[in-house]
Structure formats: structure tokens, C-alpha cells
Ligand binder design. Structure first.
Ligand code: BGC
Length: 756
């Protein structure tokens, strides 16, 4: 190297810039982005639009071991790699690293469905901030969460990663989560955009949906989250919508997302194999993950041959650079690898306390009145408690408090014979599972079968215990849908026998029975819910789960969670059950096969309570339902209008004997117009503070004229009809406490650009 270049090289190190032959190479963050783009070669541009490739991350070239993906670095332009890691229940990275004695566990927060069951956006934001802090302190840049697909069908294997059957609730909870995570200076990726409502053949299946159902149900939550929380990234889904892969769909990713909704961040693909690279770049899919070198070559060749316009490439590159510049890695954040696990564990417990739902509580069985007697704790799930689901929604957590431990921590005494019976049983099951691991399906691996217990043994426990608690657990995860059969949607014969025998024996000696549902999605309850005295829907409540359920059982916490979906009487009552792969028997993919190659969303708008309520069909538990240890009175509802916005105030009073929180739900019934509409639709909600007995709070709920609109396909417009609207404020969709009316004087119309 001659002297001149040595000096240049030295200067470039000192200034952080590269200087070649007197021309300063633009640096990201120091020079305008457009300058950086003009200094990039076509290859560099193409590389930036394609992830680093998963093999590199899991093998040698990782920054954070176990993260799902990375973007490439271009050091000469000051562009660092960024790190993207799952997922909805907390950060998912490898807990251990080669040649490193330190552990990298993350907090296992409650599943998304539990978080939405809190109906508490402030609390969800707090959970998000704790998750975001772990992302930051473990050196990651983006959390691949929240998942926010609609619970179209109870059997979708990933419903636990999603929030609700209702788009407004989904959107509001997701926005709170994004705002929480991003408050830490890291990004989110709201996913899976869009209509990824089944796992069976998720990478090939086409969700065939009407424009109206798409807009009102499947896109609405995303629209709310985009507008109210500005996620840094969005993950386009594996599936097709109406025959087009979402990742290749210009109308979805550009016309709708950016032009209609004003989205400014990047779109990345879900972790797909090769697809049509040119279409993806053109559509506005900025980043292809996890990334393959073929994709880089394809972009370069397509630009050279004129098949792909360089302006499409530059547009996506610009968005990538705008994203990278915000990341902690770009800002050289000095992460600690040492998040505050203690405070995060207490946030986890607090959020699970608020999202657990009390489904039944006859004769005030709960909270349990005495601690002098012993609890007969049945159910393999009580000892092998499921904190979360499987797949990318799983978190490598340091511990899980099971229910047995949680009850003991709360000061309860467990019937020791039953305790040791189950511990030995689980030990024996573990031997089998360990041997079968890898050969059997993963949900079986995580969920040992219930033990067989003879009735006489149960009778003895009824004599030497004071109360029975039985846990039923269910697990599911990415890649598979659930089954409508026994052992999944239905209880197994053995579970049912135990429930029948326990209730018979305990009731015979005037003792109570409590069922705990440790599940990730809806199960059948109608045929057995009359048997126990109380039912707690604990969901999969995260690593502190056993403590949270014990908080409810003991009455340290008054339950205030409410259902974010309907529990039907039977699976076949659900309209989408006619078009869902609930009978999937392992057959091969076939484009022409119903529910395999394509899934017709024939039910249109009739999802969840929109269907059951409109057509007056009975359900096991309605949307928005959840009991409390106290009672609440609703009074003095008033509505005020200001411009296009409405504010509804309602006074909620705790009329019972213990402190509690109440969720107030606001539903709208629209006047009869051109389009058929659901009888009631959720348009706002609010949760009170902890109200002491006798205390009142005036809660405020808001919505605007456009929120009342339906999508008229013939006009490609949102239309709010004029006429008389009914506001129903209640404790569930079936428990309306206050009704008021208001008039809309002129019709409102908002035309959209996109047609999906
Ligand atoms: C899942 C995504 C996840 C990604 C990265 C995919 O299989 O569908 O939700 O973020 O993997 O792990």
C-alpha cells in the first residue's frame, strides 16, 4: 500500500467513513439516505432485500444464537446487520451457547389469547415494554410479534398466538403490545398479514374471502394496529388470499397498506422458501426472510434484463435503510445480556392474574374459604402445567411454576397421596416420552396422557381431602391445526371418567370440585360444565402460571378476565367448521381439494358472536363473558358527539363485598340499510380500576363515525348509513346493562384504492 492509501485508510478508521481516491463514501446515519443508496452497487441493494439466511444464524455467523433471522451488513456504507427474533409470548433465543457457561433464558409471558382476555390495554402495553426490554438487552432489534390473525375457527393451531374472534379487540390489544415493545427502542413485526387462519398447508393454501369479510374482519385489526402504533415491520403471511400469495400482492402490500393506510415501515416475508422474487420486490415486500442467495441473484438479473424496475428496488432499499437506522444495533446499543427477570416475572404474574377467566362459580365455591383442609389435586396438567404453546410462539424460559407448586406457595396443603401418585406417573410417562421423542408428534411429547384412576381411590380422596381441583391441559402450535376429536376439542373418555367420578365422590360428602382449564384454544364445555362447582379458564398463563391460578383460587386476586371468543355448544355449530381442515388425516397437498388447496370463507361475516348473536343460537359461553367475586352495577349511560367522534360515559359501581375490576363492552346495532349487518358489533371497551366495595367509576368509551361503517364491495367504499343507531353497554355480548340511541343525519362514504 503506498503512503497515500495508508493515510486514507487511517482517516477512514478515525472518521468512521471510507474514503476512496478523495471521494467520501456516504455513511448511513451521517449522510442522507438517498446518497447512501446512490453509492450502493446493484448487488448490495439486492443483498439488503434478502435476509442473511437461517443456516448462517444457527451455525457460525450468528450475533444472537437462536434468533430467527438477520439482515445483511454492508460495512463500507456503515450498514450493520440487524437481528429479528420471535415471538408473541416473549423473546425466543437459544438459552445456551457453545463454550459459554452463562444462560440466556427469557421470560415466558402468558400467551396472546390470555393477554387479550385482560381487555386491559395499559397492562398489555406494560407486558410489551417488558418483552421489548428483553429484546433490547439480549442484543436483538425486532420482536417477531404480535400475532394478530382472527380466530376464525376454534381449531386453528396457532389461535393461542392470536387475540380474538373480534377485529376491534384484536387491533386495540395489538396496538398496545406494539406501543409497549417499541417504547424500548426496538421494533415489532405484526403478523401474519393476512388471513392466515389455518395451519394445514399454510404455505400453499389459498384463503378465498369476500372483499367485505376481508376488510371488516381479517384486515381491520391490522389497520387499527398500523394506524395506532406504527409497527416498524409487518410480516406477510405464508398463504395466498384469493389465489395470490400475500407476499406477491401489490394491492395488499402497496395500494392497501401504504396508500390507503399510510404505513411507513417495512414488510418482511414469513420464513418461506423461494417464491416469485420479482413479484415480491414489486409488490412492496421489502425483505425476504430468512433469505436465500438465489433471491439475490434473481433480483440482480431481473433488474439487468429490465423485468424488474430499479425504482422498485430503490424504494424497498430506502425503506430498509430507514428501518435499520432506528435499530439498537445501528445505534450501537451496549446491551447487557442481563434483563431484569425479577420485575418481568412479576409483570407476567400480574398479567396472568388479570387474563384468567372465571367461567363458573356456583355457591361461591371460589375463593376457597379454608386452608385447614387438603386439596386433592387431580390432572396431569396440575403437575405438568403448560405455560405456553409450541413452535415459534414458545419461549425458552428458566422455569414454570406448575399448579401444585403455586397452590403450595399460596399456603394450601395438597393431599400427599395423590401428589405422589401423579409425580410417579409423570416420571414414568417421561421415560416413554424421552424414548419416543422425535418419533411422535410434538404436541404429544409436551402433553402426557391423563392417568387412569380407579373410582375407589377417588372415593378415598373425597374422604381425606376438603376440595378437589382437576386440571385439563391442551397444547398446540405452529404447522398443525387442532382436531375436533377426543383428546383435543373434546375431553378424552378417561378425562371425562375422572371428572364424573371425582364430582360424584366429592359431592356425595358435600365437598366441592373445581376444574382448571390449562388450554391454548377453545374446547367443548357444554356437555360437562354442569358437573363441577367452579371452572377457571387459566389459558396457558406463562412461567408464573401456577402462582396466578393460586392467586385466583385463594382470592388474592378477584378474576376480571373475559372471553375474547365464543365457546360454542358443539364444534359443528361454528359456521366456518364447514370449511376448515378439521378432518385432516395427513393427505397430500392438492390445489383442487377443499380446505387443503383452498379454503372458502363461505361464512363471510358470520364469525363468532357476530353469528351466534345475530341468529340467536345458543352457546356454551358467550363472547365477552367472565365472572367476578363481586357484582357491578351499570348506570347513567350518556353519549356526546363532537365532530365525527362519539364519547359514551357510563357509571360502574362495585355492588359486592370485595374489590374488583370490571370490563365494560360497547356494542353497536346499525339501522337497517342496504347491507346485512351483524345484530351487534363491538366498537369500544374499557376496564375500570380496582373498585372497592361501594366505589364507582365513570368509564369513557369512544368511537367515530367511520368505525360504524360497513364495506360496500359494489362501491369499493366504507359506508356509514344514516339512521338510528343503538348502543348496548354490557358485561358480555349477552348481558347488556344500558342502552342508548343516537342518530346519524348524513351518510358517510370513504372510497378506498385497493381491491384485494
Ligand atoms: C412463523 C413465524 C415466525 C418465523 C420465524 C415462521 O415459521 O410462521 O411466525 O416468526 O417462522 O421463526
Amino acid at each position: 500500500m503506498n503512503k497515500f492509501f495508508v493515510i486514507l485508510f487511517f482517516l477512514s478508521i478515525v472518521s468512521g467513513s471510507s474514503i476512496i481516491a478523495g471521494n467520501k463514501i456516504p455513511q448511513l446515519g451521517k449522510d442522507p439516505i438517498n446518497k447512501v443508496i446512490s453509492a450502493m452497487t446493484l448487488e448490495e441493494k439486492a443483498q439488503l432485500l434478502v435476509g442473511l439466511g437461517q443456516s448462517k444464524i444457527t451455525n457460525t455467523d450468528y450475533i444472537v444464537s437462536g434468533a430467527a433471522g438477520m439482515t445483511i451488513s454492508i460495512p463500507r456504507l456503515g450498514i450493520p446487520s440487524t437481528v429479528e427474533a420471535d415471538g408473541p409470548a416473549g423473546l425466543r433465543i437459544d438459552p445456551r451457547r457453545a463454550d459459554d457457561s452463562k444462560t440466556y433464558y427469557c421470560t415466558g409471558f402468558p400467551i396472546a389469547t390470555l393477554l387479550s382476555s385482560t381487555w386491559n390495554t395499559d397492562l398489555v402495553k406494560e407486558v410489551g415494554a417488558a418483552m421489548g426490554n428483553e429484546v433490547l438487552e439480549y442484543g436483538c432489534d425486532v420482536l417477531l410479534a404480535p400475532g394478530m390473525n382472527i380466530h376464525r375457527n376454534p381449531l386453528c393451531g396457532r389461535n393461542f398466538e392470536y387475540y380474538s374472534e373480534d377485529p376491534l379487540l384484536t387491533g386495540k390489544i395489538a396496538a398496545a403490545m406494539v406501543n409497549g415493545v417499541q417504547s424500548q427502542g426496538v421494533g415489532t413485526s405484526i403478523k401474519h398479514f393476512a388471513a392466515n387462519n389455518q395451519e394445514t398447508f399454510r404455505t400453499q393454501n389459498s384463503s378465498n374471502i369476500s372483499q367485505r369479510a376481508l376488510r371488516e374482519l381479517y384486515l381491520k385489526g391490522f389497520e387499527i394496529a398500523v394506524k395506532e402504533s406504527h409497527p416498524w415491520t409487518i410480516m406477510s403471511s405464508y398463504n395466498k388470499i384469493n389465489g395470490v400469495y400475500t407476499q406477491e400482492d401489490y394491492s395488499l402490500l402497496t395500494s392497501l397498506l401504504r396508500e390507503d393506510w399510510g404505513y411507513k415501515g417495512i414488510v418482511m416475508t414469513d420464513w418461506t422458501d423461494l417464491r416469485n422474487t420479482i413479484s415480491q420486490v414489486h409488490a412492496g415486500n421489502d425483505l425476504m426472510m430468512p433469505g436465500k442467495s438465489d433471491q439475490v441473484k434473481e433480483i440482480v438479473l431481473a433488474v439487468k434484463s429490465g423485468e424488474l424496475s430499479i425504482s422498485d428496488v430503490d424504494r424497498n432499499v430506502k425503506r430498509m435503510l430507514e428501518f435499520i437506522i432506528k435499530t439498537p444495533r445501528f445505534k450501537k446499543y451496549n446491551y447487557t445480556n442481563d434483563p431484569d427477570f425479577k420485575s418481568h416475572a412479576s409483570i407476567t404474574r400480574k398479567s396472568a392474574d388479570e387474563g384468567i377467566i372465571l367461567l363458573k362459580n356456583d355457591d361461591n365455591t371460589l375463593p376457597l374459604k379454608t386452608e385447614s383442609g387438603k386439596i386433592a389435586l387431580f390432572g396431569v396438567g396440575s403437575y405438568n402445567f403448560l405455560a405456553g404453546g409450541t413452535g415459534s410462539g414458545n419461549v425458552h424460559k428458566a422455569y414454570v411454576i406448575n399448579l401444585a407448586q403455586g397452590l403450595k406457595n399460596a399456603g394450601f396443603e395438597l393431599q400427599p397421596k395423590l401428589n405422589s401418585f401423579y409425580e410417579k406417573y409423570i416420571e414414568a410417562e417421561d421415560v416413554q416420552i424421552k424414548e419416543l421423542n422425535g418419533k411422535s408428534a410434538w404436541w404429544q411429547v409436551f402433553m402426557p396422557e391423563e392417568a387412569k384412576i380407579i373410582p375407589e381411590y377417588i372415593e378415598n380422596r373425597a374422604k381425606d381431602s376438603e376440595v378437589a381441583v382437576i386440571t385439563f391441559s391442551r397444547s398446540s402450535g405452529e404447522g398443525f391445526d387442532r382436531h375436533k376429536t377426543e383428546g383435543d376439542f373434546l375431553l378424552t373418555k378417561n378425562e371425562r371418567n375422572i371428572l364424573e367420578n371425582v364430582t360424584k365422590s366429592f359431592h356425595a360428602v358435600n365437598k366441592k370440585v373445581v376444574v382448571v382449564l390449562n388450554i391454548g384454544g377453545v374446547i367443548e364445555t357444554a356437555s360437562w360444565k354442569n358437573l363441577p362447582d367452579a371452572i377457571i379458564l387459566a389459558w396457558q398463563p406463562g412461567q408464573e402460571g401456577g402462582n396466578s391460578v393460586a392467586d385466583i383460587i385463594k382470592g388474592n386476586v378477584n378474576p376480571s378476565g373475559k372471553l375474547t371468543m365464543t365457546f360454542p355448544v358443539s364444534y359443528s355449530d361454528v359456521p366456518s367448521s364447514k370449511n376448515f381442515p378439521s378432518d385432516y388425516q395427513g393427505e397430500k397437498f392438492n390445489t383442487d381439494k377443499k380446505d387443503i388447496g383452498y379454503t372458502d370463507y363461505d361464512e363471510g361475516l358470520w364469525i363468532g358472536y357476530r353469528y351466534f348473536n345475530t341468529f340467536d343460537k345458543s352457546v356454551s359461553y358467550p363472547f365477552g363473558y367472565g365472572l367476578s367475586y363481586t357484582t357491578f352495577d351499570y348506570a347513567a349511560a350518556k353519549i356526546k358527539k363532537s365532530g365525527k367522534s362519539y364519547t359514551v360515559d357510563v357509571k360502574i359501581t362495585n355492588t359486592g363485598k370485595v374489590a374488583g375490576k370490571e370490563v365494560a363492552e360497547l356494542y353497536i346495532s346499525a339501522p337497517k340499510g342496504k347491507l346485512e349487518k351483524p345484530a351487534m358489533e363491538l366498537k369500544s371497551f374499557a376496564k375500570t380500576k380496582l373498585l372497592q366495595p361501594g366505589e364507582s367509576e365513570m368509564v369513557t368509551m369512544t368511537f367515530n363515525l367511520l368505525d360504524l361503517a360497513s364495506f360496500d364491495e359494489s362501491l369499493n367504499s366504507w359506508i356509514t348509513d344514516k339512521g338510528k343507531y343503538k348502543v348496548s353497554i354490557g358485561s358480555s355480548v349477552q348481558d347488556v346493562r344500558q342502552t342508548i340511541f343516537f342518530d346519524v343525519k348524513t351518510m358517510l362514504k370513504e372510497k378506498v384504492k385497493a381491491k384485494i
